[in-house]
Design a binder for this molecule. Structure first.
Ligand code: 2NL
Length: 340
């Protein structure tokens, strides 16, 4: 009789399932608490005839072990499943998006500039950042005693023969013209170096895109239309452009290019210093000496060239007022340029 009851209980315990803490507590109360079924059975064991005691005692002990093991297992299962519910997590919500990175704002601007000029048929060229005097200065018609060559403007790696960090990407254009016959139509984005004190407006390294177009019958009108097209693509179709006479050793004539201020639309603000115009590039017709220095017949061919700072374009695009932000790697700054 008692053995039968124990067997039945054993099965009942094995089959027990609990969905929450209360059900586990109910199990404890029913089977293993001081007033539970097991305690009663151990009480009953005292009345069992001696010859059966050993046998029934054994199955009763097995039942007790099974009940305790079950209790531990039930506890564990409700603990692990309730922890997510207790933390206030709503499993029906859509998953939290992983934070994905974004390209550096200068990289985004460079990509946009390349995109615009590639559509006009310009190739992208690259060259060394550590350069010799010829490709950085002499071939570009810089006179022997030009101040840009001085220590305070250029980082020299070696003196005599001069090896230096390029001060513009024109070295790439010189290398291209030395190697390739016209027509040449290319832009050269890259990092350049100048020995300047670091401030909101100047840095010892920055980025430039220069462009070069050399062919028969290339004139100033081609320069104007190419850069006007660029300005409209980059800053919007309503932008106005003006050319101011300027001087560079490597171009003649030379011009500085301004567009109507993007911030105040020409009304006057502190970005354009209340002039309504901001400078975006320098440009000009390639000096005949430069063509000759590269082995190109300056009677047969002409060309235009221009250069612009990628930092400057980016500052105008996003209204950034400190050049140092580009190289400080502050994630709070960089994360603002998502989606580009
Ligand atoms: C500026 C001005 C300029 C050029 C760069 C160039 C290159 C060769 C021949 C002639 Cl190989 N010119 N480059 C011409 C005019 C201006 O850059 O303000 N850059 C930030």
């Amino acid at each position: 009789m008692m053995e039968e009851k124990i067997k039945q209980l054993h099965q009942e315990i094995l089959d027990f399932s609990a969905g929450d803490k209360q059900a586990v507590e109910a199990f404890r109360l029913k089977y293993i608490s001081k007033k539970g079924v097991l305690a009663d059975l151990f009480e009953d064991l005292k009345q069992v005839p001696v010859e059966q005691k050993k046998n029934i005692g054994k199955v009763l002990n097995e039942l007790k072990q099974a009940a305790e093991a079950k209790f531990a297992a039930l506890n564990e299962s409700v603990e692990s499943s309730s922890s997510s519910a207790d933390s206030g997590m709503d499993l029906s919500l859509p998953p939290v998006q992983n934070k994905i990175g974004n390209f550096h704002p200068l990289t985004q601007t460079r990509a946009r500039i390349i995109e615009i000029f590639e559509r006009l048929g310009f190739n992208v060229a690259d060259g060394p950042e550590v350069e010799d005097d010829w490709h950085n200065f002499s071939a570009l018609n810089f006179p022997e005693n030009h101040p840009a060559r001085e220590m305070q403007d250029t980082f020299f790696v070696e003196k005599n023969p001069d090896i230096l960090l390029r001060t513009h990407t024109s070295n790439v254009q010189i290398r291209l013209m030395e190697k390739q016959k016209p027509p040449i139509r290319a832009i050269m984005p890259g990092r350049v170096y100048r020995n300047e004190a670091i401030s909101a407006r100047a840095h010892c390294f920055f980025h430039q895109v220069e462009g070069l177009y050399v062919d028969k019958n290339v004139g100033f009108a081609d320069l104007k239309q190419t850069l006007y097209h660029f300005a409209k693509e980059m800053y919007g179709k309503d932008v106005k452009m003006r050319f101011r006479p300027s001087y560079f050793p490597f171009t003649e004539p030379s011009a500085e290019i301004d567009v109507t201020c993007l911030i105040c639309k020409g009304k006057g603000c502190n970005v354009c210093k209340y002039s309504g115009w901001v400078e975006i590039a320098g440009s000009g017709m390639v000096h005949p000496n430069v063509l000759r220095n590269c082995g190109i017949d300056s009677e047969e061919y002409t060309g235009f060239a221009f250069g612009m700072g990628i930092e400057r374009v980016t500052m105008l695009r996003y209204q950034i007022n400190d050049l140092r932000l580009f190289s400080e790697n502050d994630i709070r700054f960089l994360r603002q340029f998502q989606g580009g």
